[in-house]
Write a protein that binds this ligand. Structure first.
Ligand code: PLP
Length: 447
């Protein structure tokens, strides 16, 4: 439901009432809230950038430090949580977060690394079908990853064709030519968000040339959430592979990757999933590809069949499912940290969290609309079906001094050039009172 039809009372007492009625309010106590210089809690709205630390995280990491101290290498088998299968302890709960089967999910590496590894398997340009569809203004790392994958294939093919592949002094024949293989989805003139109908018609019109569709589940800048199911269906009808970067969607939206038939997805866990800076990332590969052993993939011993991994044979035998894309033995401390957070998600339940999130963001939208100014424009879609918790607020004629002013008053939000403040009230640790205080702060600074 959109806040267009919902106008909330803008008093502090009403915010408190909403908090009293919030059945998830106790989860805030499970997190460390950063403090201002005066000792008060900050108003933290950057869970879309780096989530807060669960108070249990230290205990999870300490356990592994202790077991390392006690067992040394034997910790792989004798640690309280043996390290050998440690990643498996996270699979079930991670699968719950993204609506997947455990077979379809694994935690490994970092997000952009995983996008590359998945594109090695799922971007297979051939014949006329060579293009990648992304949203214009996708997160830069996604753009660089996609551009470099296109160049990689172009370079390889042109060198092989011209028999120059041995001669590394020859510059790639196609240097700079990736754009002809890229379809960038662009909003209509004078609009900021993409219309689903336009996305679908672009896919249909270019169907036989599209090899891969790779979109951010929620665009990092505008906060727009895409229609996963419709896009995946249209992509498949066109004969393309469909993947999503869920950096801003995992732990934020109610996802159903398996049922939507998404081919693959990757996400980081340091934003909504609170695993800490640079935390280990997640990967989804649909069950349909669980035994696609003919797909090219960059292999390493951790993707090899568990039963025979330590026979140290020279022939790679990939595991079924997402685990078969693993390369290296995974970082235990990073996984311990993520595990602490996933336990909280499991306890709270994604459905409940999303329910509160919709209310929090609608409430924020309503308060912003009640600020008497014509300078504010919310560029995030108005419908909660098309957004997660983030609102991107364009402030006309603003510069960084406005952002500094709200920061000086205890708000931690995010400024994106030229004039956008991104604010993400997170249902696990943000309250309705936080949202009310933010709106008041912005109102005061604008006036
Ligand atoms: C949408 C999106 N893609 C990719 C990245 C890059 O992630 P990483 O540095 O973990 O590879 C980010 C980081 O914020 C992101 O928001």
């Amino acid at each position: 439901m959109s806040a267009q039809s919902q106008s909330f009372d803008n008093s502090a007492s009403f915010a408190r009432k909403l908090d009293e009625r919030d059945s998830l309010k106790h989860f805030r106590e499970r997190f460390y809230m950063p403090k201002q210089a005066n000792g008060e809690d900050v108003l933290y709205f950057t869970g879309n950038s780096l989530g807060l630390q669960p108070k249990t995280t230290r205990g999870y990491i300490d356990q592994e430090l202790k077991d390392w101290e006690t067992f040394g290498v034997e910790g792989h088998f004798h640690a309280k949580n043996p390290w050998m299968p440690y990643h498996e302890f996270l699979t079930g709960q991670m699968a719950e977060v993204v609506g997947a089967k455990p077979l379809e999910v694994v935690v490994m590496n970092s997000l952009t690394v995983n996008l590359h590894l998945l594109m090695v398997s799922f971007y297979r340009p051939a014949g006329k079908r060579r293009k990648i569809v992304i949203e214009k203004g996708a997160f830069p790392s996604d753009q660089y990853a996609v551009q470099s994958q296109i160049r990689f294939h172009q370079t390889r093919e042109s060198r092989v064709e011209s028999r120059e592949w041995r001669d590394t002094s020859v510059p790639p024949a196609s240097a700079g030519g990736f754009s002809s293989h890229l379809i960038e989805l662009t909003p209509r003139e004078s609009e900021t968000i993409l219309r689903t109908e336009d996305i679908l018609s672009t896919i249909r019109q270019n169907g036989d040339e599209i090899a891969l569709i790779l979109l951010g589940g929620v665009n990092y800048y505008t906060g727009q959430a895409f229609d996963f199911e419709a896009i995946t269906r249209a992509g498949h009808e066109a004969g393309a592979v469909v993947g999503f970067d869920l950096a801003h969607a995992a732990g934020n939206l109610l996802l159903n990757l398996h049922d939507w038939n998404v081919d693959f997805a990757a996400w980081c866990s340091y934003k909504y999933l609170n695993s800490g800076p640079g935390g280990i990332a997640g990967v989804f590969v649909h069950e349909n590809h669980a035994e696609s052993f003919d797909l090219p993939r960059f292999a390493g011993w951790w993707g090899h069949d568990k039963q025979t991994r330590f026979l140290m044979g020279d022939e790679f035998v990939p595991m079924r499912g997402a685990e078969g894309w693993q390369i290296s033995n995974p970082p235990i401390f990073q996984m311990a940290s993520l595990r602490a957070s996933l336990e909280i998600f499991h306890e709270a339940g994604m459905k409940n969290l999303r329910g509160k999130s919709v209310k929090l963001t609608n409430y924020l939208e309503s308060l912003l609309k009640q600020i008497e100014t014509d300078r504010i424009e919310i560029i995030t879609p108005a419908s909660s079906d098309e957004r997660g918790c983030q609102l991107s607020i364009r402030v006309r004629k603003a510069d960084r001094s406005l952002f500094k002013a709200i920061s000086d008053r205890g708000v931690i939000a995010d400024w994106r050039e030229p004039d956008v403040i991104r604010v993400a009230p997170v249902p696990l640790y943000n309250s309705f009172t936080d949202v009310w205080k933010f709106a008041e702060t912005l109102r005061n600074c604008l006036s």
